[in-house]
Unconditional design. Structure first.
Length: 310
């Protein structure tokens, strides 16, 4: 939100169960489903003392400093966007990154000393770490690679990661500072186009993402909103909680919040039968279904319905 520092994401909170869980008629777990604590071990790296990452407290005043370059919002199908300005003779130095949420769009501002470098931006299937070629872990359903040249950063440790989890802009992560090329990966909630332009005094490259309309989040247990999902996805992309990709383990985590004696049998690709065998006469059974809200590497599986079986 405007006025806040987004250098570190907040941990994932415990989610309440959905209405489907409350209809479950199993002995010992007929009450609303309890949550399994999903600790988000995804604290973002700090940006160092010399490279600030903050929300802009006065976006309106900043916008009046100069007129943006005449560059339209790119279409969702666009794959690349480059500046046509002449490159500076010496590397520009990145001194700050600011992120701001506006009413209909999110904005990221990259501020430079020593001029404004040439820049390029484009959608990619995955952002690669410069020189190493390894994928950069990013949350979201769409990814943008942003590069500046010739440019470097004022922070010798690198610009790190900013995780605002705005409606469109979820995360900015450093992707390399190598031989005058400064690169970033941006995790986005969806591919809704973007606008990129420059401002002067001081030199800035501004990129704006209109808010996208996401489908209703399908999860009803533990992970119940897109914002919570982005936090969990960040942890997952960084190697934490890999069991969330296994439907059987997710159902098992839900079932074991009630009893360790419940039996689980998979009846379909995304359907499970959970039974309480403690009553030999009236064994209670539920059908648990789920889905993967985001495909690709982040194949986290969430529960979408919990219904009693007659």
């Amino acid at each position: 939100m405007p006025g806040a520092d987004y250098a570190s994401p907040r941990p994932v909170s415990r989610a309440s169960s959905g209405p489907g869980a409350r209809r479950l008629a199993l002995r010992g777990f007929a009450a609303a489903a309890c949550s399994v604590v999903l600790v988000s071990a995804c604290g973002a790296q700090g940006l160092g003392p010399r490279l600030a990452a903050t929300a802009d407290p006065k976006p309106a005043a900043r916008a009046r400093l100069s007129q943006p370059a005449s560059q339209p919002i790119s279409s969702p199908g666009a794959t690349a966007h480059q500046s046509r300005s002449t490159r500076p003779t010496a590397p520009a130095t990145l001194t700050a990154i600011r992120v701001t949420e506006h009413g209909a769009y999110d904005q990221a501002v990259f501020q430079f000393a020593n001029g404004i470098p040439h820049y390029s931006a484009g959608y990619v299937a995955a952002v690669q770490q410069d020189a190493k070629g390894t994928p950069i872990p990013l949350p979201g359903r769409s990814f943008l690679q942003l590069a500046f040249h010739p440019a470097t950063t004022a922070n010798p440790a690198g610009p790190g990661t900013i995780s605002p989890y705005f409606p469109a802009l979820l995360q900015i992560s450093a992707a390399g500072d190598f031989e005058g090329h400064l690169r970033f990966g941006l995790g986005l909630a969806g591919r809704g186009g973007y606008r990129i332009y420059t401002l002067t005094h001081p030199g800035r490259v501004v990129i704006e993402f209109p808010h996208v309309t996401l489908p209703k989040f399908p999860g009803i247990w533990d992970i119940t909103s897109w914002r919570q999902y982005w936090h969990v996805q960040t942890a997952f992309e960084n190697g934490h909680q890999p069991w969330l990709a296994s439907p059987a383990m997710v159902v098992g985590a839900w079932a074991h919040t009630f009893s360790s004696q419940l039996t689980i049998r998979q009846t379909g690709p995304n359907t499970f039968q959970v039974t309480d065998p403690t009553d030999p006469v009236k064994a209670k059974t539920a059908s648990v279904c789920g889905t993967r809200p985001v495909t690709g590497k982040a194949r986290i599986w969430v529960i979408t319905s919990i219904l009693p079986v007659p």
